[in-house]
Design a protein around this ligand. Structure first.
Ligand SMILES: C[S@@+](CC[C@H](N)C(=O)[O-])C[C@H]1O[C@@H](n2cnc3c(N)ncnc32)[C@H](O)[C@@H]1O
Length: 282
């Protein structure tokens, strides 16, 4: 299985600046690629991941870095419960190469496997949710999170056939172009990925020290829009009539980055990545 290659890591390191001795939250530990770079640069890292299969990697890093590393096996919206202040909070959103390349996880239509799609190991699978959701619910998910044009037809086919495996789901979808967006939309809905992002970002202004930075690497247009719009609110100047006064939080935007041709040649999975960042001014 391909180990996850950290995406835009050099851009992220540039954006967070000197973190020697700093306190950093890695919201999405994954294979620990970002965390290792933060630790190597001298930071203390608190990392989250909802996927228990990453715990052995986290234990390995703990053995090497001791008290400078703390792993929390929970969803990143739990950062709202932390009591400390941080110099940087970094999100590298979406799923890892290990998740997409593990046939038994049911994320990929490249392998025939039970339809699971959970990022964590608890809660209902996507198969369970096909019993809970109506045709209207599935249609909305496919439209909102995948922009799938034949959303109604696919939603009806799912409710009629109740697919149990990735290939059964794939084969219900007539146009191969709609397969990847359908799988992606169902994964996003099952794992409440946009709800998680909204809840975690709401906690960020209060968790950052003055001068602290929040950096988000996104892979999907909806998560990118959530980040872009919220950062616009945080960086709006007092008196902008489009923004409620209470929302103006005193932030400055950092330049947006995309992978360059060299990174894309090394890692085609980086192709839809965008990095956005802000600095808290006071
Ligand atoms: C793209 S990978 C991160 C890769 C990591 N930056 C690296 O260099 O190895 C995303 C990771 O975030 C985790 N994840 C996604 N949403 C999450 C959430 N709401 N809470 C906690 N972890 C989440 C996934 O389980 C996955 O392991």
């Amino acid at each position: 299985m391909m180990k996850h290659k950290p995406v835009l890591i050099d851009a992220v390191m540039n954006a967070i600046g000197n973190i020697d001795g700093a306190n950093v939250i890695d919201a999405t530990f994954g294979a620990g690629g970002y965390t290792r770079r933060f630790l190597d640069a001298g930071a203390n890292v608190t990392a989250f991941d909802r996927d228990p299969t990453v715990i052995p990697d986290a234990i390995g890093i703990k053995e090497q870095f001791g008290s400078r590393f703390n792993f929390i096996a929970k969803t990143f919206s739990h950062m709202a419960e932390l009591n400390e202040k941080y110099d940087a909070i970094v999100f590298d959103l979406g799923i890892s190469s290990m998740q997409i390349d593990s046939p038994e996880r049911g994320f990929s239509f490249r392998f025939d496997s039970p339809l699971d799609m959970r990022m964590s190991s608890d809660g209902p699978t996507i198969c369970d949710m096909f019993c809970e959701w109506s045709v209207a619910d599935i249609t909305k998910i496919l439209r909102d999170f995948g922009d799938v044009k034949p959303a109604v037809a696919i939603a009806r086919a799912i409710k009629d056939a109740m697919p149990q495996t990735t290939f059964e789901l794939r084969d219900l979808i007539h146009n191969p172009r709609d397969v990847a967006p359908t799988f992606q939309a169902l994964r996003i809905a099952l794992n409440d990925e946009m709800g998680e992002l909204n809840r975690a970002l709401a906690a960020v202004p209060n968790l950052l020290k003055p001068g602290g930075r929040c950096i988000c690497v996104t892979f999907h247009s909806i998560e990118d829009r959530i980040v872009k719009n919220l950062f616009r609110v945080w960086t709006s100047v007092a008196g902008d009539p489009r923004i409620p006064v209470a929302a103006a939080a005193g932030f400055e935007l950092l330049p947006t980055k995309k992978p360059d041709a060299h990174e894309l040649a090394q890692n085609p999975r980086a192709r839809s990545a965008h990095m956005r960042g802000v600095i808290k001014l006071c």
